[in-house]
Design a protein around this ligand. Sequence first.
Ligand code: SF4
Ligand code: SF4
Ligand code: FES
Length: 266
Amino acid sequence: MVQLTLPKNSQVTGAGRRFPAAAGAGETRVFKVYRYDPSTGENPRVDSYEVNMAGVTMVLDALFKIKNEMDSSLAFRRSCREGICGSCSMNINGVNRLACTTGVDEIGGGDVTIFPLPSQPVIKDLVPDLDNFFAQHAYIEPFLKAGPDPDKERRQSPAERAKLDGLYECILCACCSTSCPSYWWNGRKGDPSEEYLGPAALLQAWRWLADSRDEEKNQRLDRLEDDFKLYRCHTIMNCAQVCPKGLNPAKAIAEVKKMMVARAGK
Ligand code: SF4
Ligand code: SF4
Ligand code: FES
């Protein structure tokens, strides 16, 4: 039987703190937010913030209100506020999403629960440690591999270029990989060369395999061919359901598998 051991101090315990709205606030909504600071040695807790919803459209607006007006100790990532940088990904009411593009009216009524992306170590509060996620992306070598620079440009037909649609738009937010049960179990050994790479890295693997200008398809497939890196995808499809850019990593993974089979002549 599999023995599960949770990391020390990882379970949410005890009552969190409550932050009421200022007297006279109009419409309010309670945000229950995961709080964890590993440096204290204390277990995580969930704090409740009664947020004045005036001017709050997106979940990220509420987090800014909490940080700026109620509790400056809350840590979360964000940059563009436009769904482009991928840094504000978090688990909102049980679904991995971008806080900046998720409207507070899209997630149902009642209290809002916000946790960091699942399965990753937590640096603080809503900030996950994504070093391994980005190491997996680096493993697939996300750059063009082709011979010496041509005199002019490397040309692509419109049809060849169109094959990259639905692939190049990835913002590396990690919503997909951290929603994938297979990635939870097989994606965190600490060495990308020995683990399941997960939907985000594999979508990018296909983005370069599908590029007509790339000349290293065999070498790219060699780097994916073992029991773990590619074949731990079991087509559960969580990845495609949560992608905030509407991409379909599961389909990309299936294309890599098809190319692998074609190469083997099976
Ligand atoms: S389809 Fe594959 S990558 Fe996507 S969630 Fe399922 S197992 Fe994970
Ligand atoms: S495929 Fe979608 S969910 Fe996954 S990292 Fe890229 S943008 Fe995020
Ligand atoms: S802040 Fe950049 S994607 Fe949300």
